[in-house]
Design a protein around this ligand. Structure first.
Ligand SMILES: [Zn+2]
Ligand SMILES: [Zn+2]
Length: 379
């Protein structure tokens, strides 16, 4: 059961129109969504008091409400509750963005003093979003990419005014240049975008032929985008003012570029570190030695392999990873040791290995730990 409209507004049943209006203003100020961002309770309270006010501020509806309660008020509505609008929102019809409605209402009623009100809904150009694939090397060095795309740009013929040369724009007579018109919705007076000038406040007398009076045309654009060294996969760059042009010289939107880094056949990236596999033969792994691994900067490095290095061991080469995007220096290169078991042995090698195996067993039988123990972990 919904709360009584009078008690919602905190007025007596015989309150005058002025008292109802004053009480409503006070509550609307307090619960306006712009003042309570993200507060669901305030939002629903705001809707409820709006509903109550709409019913009580209309003498006909108030009479219906007094006689039949809420059902009497809602029965008079010609449908179009929008499912979630709540009581009193029938006049707004379906598909109206609730915040938009709140904004307009408030702007009109309180002269824009409520936060967010008063701001002209000036059409800024649209933002654009693109994705680009770069190699790991490009991400390492940083790269300047030519980006070819289409966007709406200001018309050169009319310099964005939409008017043919020699003709001008004149102030819209319907809204007197404000771009907004007042519309009555029952007791409410709402401000809406002017239908004659589309909110521009101006009307083109003789439209420019190149852009048909729009002031903007779709064009091929090219932009050189500098991608910083150390960029991460999935990072988005915002290039301010490189989106679509706004109408009639209004501010352009931004261009967003999402960076994708193609997988590299050699390196894996872990934040600023890279990893690479190093293949080492069994003799080097057992006796020690060195191996060479590629690096992202193109200069291979020689890595020392200590004796008895195990398969799967990781060695760290400092400062051979990716450059740090925020900060100085580089990450490390992690070298994962892969000990290769030889596949095609010559007769001589087989002979040597047989001899080696025999020596392992001899040592094992003598009870010495030996190489066998070290390799297979039977210490
Ligand atoms: Zn033009
Ligand atoms: Zn207008």
């Amino acid at each position: 059961m919904a709360e009584d409209y009078y008690s919602l507004l905190g007025v007596a049943r015989n309150a005058t129109e002025a008292e109802i209006k004053a009480a409503y203003r006070k509550l609307a100020m307090k619960h306006h969504p712009d003042r309570n961002p993200g507060n669901k309770e305030s939002e629903s309270k705001f809707r409820t008091i709006n509903g109550a006010y709409e019913a009580l501020s209309d003498p006909k509806k108030r009479k219906m409400y007094d006689q039949y309660g809420e059902a009497g008020v809602n029965a008079g509505a010609s449908g179009g509750f929008g499912g979630q609008g709540g009581p009193g929102f029938e006049g707004f019809g379906q598909g109206v963005d609730v915040n938009e409605v709140f904004g307009d209402l408030f702007e009109n009623m309180f002269g824009g003093q409520g936060g967010g009100g008063g701001r002209r809904r000036a059409a800024r150009g649209n933002d654009l979003k693109y994705e680009t694939n770069i190699s790991l090397e490009d991400a390492f060095k940083g790269v300047q990419l030519p980006l070819h795309f289409q966007r709406v740009e200001s018309c050169e013929t009319c310099r964005g005014s939409g008017a043919k040369a020699g003709s001008g724009v004149k102030r819209c007579t319907q809204c007197r240049g404000s771009g907004r018109v007042q519309v009555s919705q029952g007791f409410f007076a709402m401000s809406q975008t002017c239908p004659r000038c589309g909110g521009e406040g101006e009307i083109v007398e003789d439209p420019c032929k190149s852009c048909r009076g729009q002031g903007r045309v779709r064009k091929d654009a090219e932009l050189k985008v500098k991608i910083p060294a150390g960029i991460y996969h999935g990072a988005t760059l915002r290039i301010s003012g490189e989106g679509e042009a706004g109408p009639r010289g209004a501010q352009a939107g931004d261009l967003y570029l999402e960076i994708h880094i193609k997988p590299d056949p050699r390196f894996e990236r872990h934040e600023d570190d890279l990893s690479v596999n190093a293949h080492v033969d069994i003799a080097t792994a057992a006796l020690g030695g060195a191996t060479t691994v590629p690096t992202i900067d193109g200069e291979p490095v020689t890595v020392k392999i200590a004796h008895a290095t195990q398969h799967g061991a990781t060695l760290r080469v400092r400062e051979k990873g990716m450059p740090k995007l925020h900060g100085r220096g580089r990450g490390d290169l992690l070298v994962h040791v892969r000990v290769d078991v030889p596949r095609d042995l010559t007769a001589k090698q087989k002979e040597l290995l047989e001899e080696f195996r025999k020596s392992l067993h001899d040592e094992h039988e003598k009870g010495a730990p030996g190489v066998f123990g070290r390799i297979f972990g039977k210490e």
